[in-house]
Design a protein around this ligand. Sequence first.
Ligand SMILES: C[S@@+](CC[C@H](N)C(=O)[O-])C[C@H]1O[C@@H](n2cnc3c(N)ncnc32)[C@H](O)[C@@H]1O
Length: 271
Amino acid sequence: MGQIILGDALTVLPTLPEACVDLVYVDPPFNTGRTQERKRIKTTRDEGAGTRKGFGGAKYVTTPVSSSSYADQFDDYLAFLMPRLEAAVRCLSKTGSLFVHLDFREVHYVKVALDRMLGRSSFMNEIIWAYDYGGRSRSRWSAKHDSILWYARNPKQYTFNYESIDRIPYMAPSLVGPEKAARGKTPTDVWWNTIVPTNGKERTGYATQKPLTIVRRIVRVHSRPGETVLDCFAGSGTTGEAAALEGRNFVLIDKSTEAVSIMKKRLAPYH
Ligand SMILES: C[S@@+](CC[C@H](N)C(=O)[O-])C[C@H]1O[C@@H](n2cnc3c(N)ncnc32)[C@H](O)[C@@H]1O
């Protein structure tokens, strides 16, 4: 069961019942100072007008089929984000968890603000999602990771389905013996995972779409089947698909009409 709601998180969240969800995962704008935009193109064979050459010298024309964008610049980022996170936490059950996906620009400020809001003891982990894609800087270490802050509403009682954690290969399998090597090990708080493949079928064309594997792991380990997951900066609906694939319900909110139409299309097979 899923709901997709168009609107500003700050307006929509107060209309939801208190403690109505068991997990909140949000991936808000990162305050990159840029407009986040991804354009998609369609390539059609056209021997007359085609300017791009393909296999066997065939000519092709490219036409834009869709683009998605949103402004990602805030003078006072915390003044934007914190009231919305507070409104999301109101919807969270007393044993639920909050996951906030950020990058190096704002994560430290948000960590301090969330410690103040929820109490330092509610902070459970900073998960580093490390990837390796794109260009390399020649003037500093290339930033190739995001940070995901995990807070438990009640640090003494929360969902952590250890048995549902997927296993990853050992770095030195020969040191642990064949049985352990075949089983693999649980990940640490550093998760190596590629970005959404640019040409894969997972790709929706939405700027800043996050990989399903990352969000599915969070949903599987931090909620139970039949429970409800909320994402109030839902974008292309990755959280909804992760929830549906794991047998959870979802509530997705986004203020962009384009995001909502992409989500509706993406999640139609699960309705
Ligand atoms: C980083 S993207 C989310 C991407 C998403 N995790 C995915 O995998 O596709 C952030 C989203 O927040 C939305 N957004 C920004 N401000 C918002 C607000 N005040 N209320 C609701 N959504 C908002 C944007 O429209 C954008 O879709």
